[in-house]
Design a protein around this ligand. Structure first.
Ligand code: 3PG
Length: 422
């Protein structure tokens, strides 16, 4: 790790041996809703270094999985099993967050023990207190009030959720020293480079399924001229096509309406974006439909369709890859289509290969994106692979990051106090 002077504490600043350390990780992973199995464990693997470095401590892991209402919103027992397999040491799943049996468990831990508590989002106050950090209110939540007396340190390793102001992420800032874990430290060090690269064109490719996050970041980056061009793919591309007046047909619109109760808002937000920055936002020129499981490429004239759009089309791929070739900075967030299905992975695969071949500084983020990078074996060609999706693009667009603020705030408080750094 670097010896740069940080504005936050790291694991190297304290002797954590025999101490009780609450470690907030982000192991939010794609899961098969039917079998409950974890489909991709790369985020879990990224935290192993932090957990191993805490091997002499009593480690209490804290994490979330998905969002209320989603198919993969579930308990963390599978995550504990996977963590145990990967570490070669037992990580015990405890089905509670701060109730008395959990507190007793923590009190009885010995050095080297590791437990994983329940999905933080099972508790309403975790997702109720979002938006701007309210340090006082976050600290007064039940999770913080119950767990804080039992711990010596809080390690924030959940870079992927550091754009969220939720109690399990920022509520401990003022009550115990907060330390950046290895994932958090590396993300902040590597991505800080972007602010020192000043060439143009700067391109962001937005895809995946979190349309609200993508829109927010695109608006912010366009408004602040952090980026020259936005290439839209995935559901963001589809919503923008709708916003531009194109009827996608029931196959795709029904899906979007079903999945996004705020779809009308998203479309009108898309219209505003196109009005303001239409020349800097590119939309798919064609699409690939899922026709009875087979890929069928159609131009926009082939819409509306009763079939669902599963990928960007070949003309779009050619157009976007041309843009990427000469870019000096490329940020990619989210896959272009349903990449898990071979026929519909072409858009994602080709765009990612183009990023790997480009000579510009490249950053790829988003849980699903990382799985693609691994599958294509292009890790070495990408400058930084972020564990974050929304957090990666929030950080890069210079938006406030409550999780990072919490770390800095904690160092300000405890750096001066009775706590001695090593
Ligand atoms: C992510 O997957 O991007 C993080 O785990 C944050 O999840 P969220 O967008 O549901 O807050």
């Amino acid at each position: 790790m670097s010896d740069v002077e940080h504005k936050f504490f790291t694991l190297d600043d304290f002797n954590l041996r025999d101490r009780t350390v609450l470690v907030r990780v982000d192991i939010n992973s794609p899961m098969d809703p039917r079998s409950g199995r974890i489909l991709d464990d790369h985020r879990i693997r990224r935290h192993l270094e932090t957990i191993r470095d805490l091997d002499k401590a009593k480690v209490v892991l804290l994490a979330h999985q998905s969002r209320p209402g989603k198919d993969d919103y579930t308990t963390l027992d599978e995550h504990a099993i996977r963590l145990s397999q990967l570490l070669g040491k037992r990580v015990e799943y405890v089905d509670g967050l701060f109730d008395s049996h959990v507190r007793t468990k923590i009190r009885n831990m010995k050095a080297g023990d590791k437990i994983l508590l329940e999905n933080t989002r099972f508790y309403a106050e975790e997702t109720a207190l979002t938006g701007e950090p309210n340090w006082y209110k976050h600290q007064r939540t039940h999770i913080v009030r119950n767990l804080a007396p039992l711990i010596d340190f809080f390690v924030h390793d959940a870079f992927a959720a550091a754009h969220r102001a939720q109690p399990s992420l920022i509520g401990f800032a003022e009550v115990v020293p907060n330390l950046a874990g290895r994932v958090m430290q590396k993300e902040l060090e590597d991505m800080g480079r972007v602010f020192r690269e000043d060439g143009h064109p700067r391109i962001i490719v937005l895809g995946g399924t979190k349309i609200d996050d993508s829109m927010e970041v695109a608006e912010h980056m366009l408004k602040h001229d952090n980026i020259d061009t936005v290439l839209t793919t995935g559901l963001m591309g589809q919503v923008l096509l709708m916003a531009s007046g194109i009827d996608l047909g029931p196959g795709s619109t029904d899906f979007i309406k079903r999945e996004f109760t705020d779809h009308e808002e998203l479309i009108s937000r898309g219209k505003n974006m196109l009005e303001q920055w239409g020349e800097r936002i590119k939309m798919p020129l064609d699409v690939a439909l899922n026709v009875d499981g087979e890929r069928r490429n159609v131009s926009l004239d082939g819409l509306p369709s009763e079939h669902t759009i599963f990928d960007i089309g070949l003309e779009t791929i050619r157009d976007y890859t041309r843009d990427l070739r000469d870019a000096k900075l490329i940020i990619v967030n989210g896959p272009a289509g349903v990449f898990e299905r071979e026929d519909f992975s072409i858009g994602t695969t080709e765009l990612f290969r183009a990023v790997a071949h480009s000579r510009g500084f490249s950053i790829i983020g988003g849980g699903h994106s990382v799985a693609v990078v691994e599958k294509l074996d292009i890790e070495d060609e990408i400058d930084h692979i972020s564990t974050g999706g929304g957090s990666c693009i929030s950080f890069l667009s210079g938006k406030p990051m409550p999780g990072v603020e919490a770390l800095e705030r904690s160092k300000n408080i405890f750096g001066k106090g009775p706590f001695q750094s090593r």
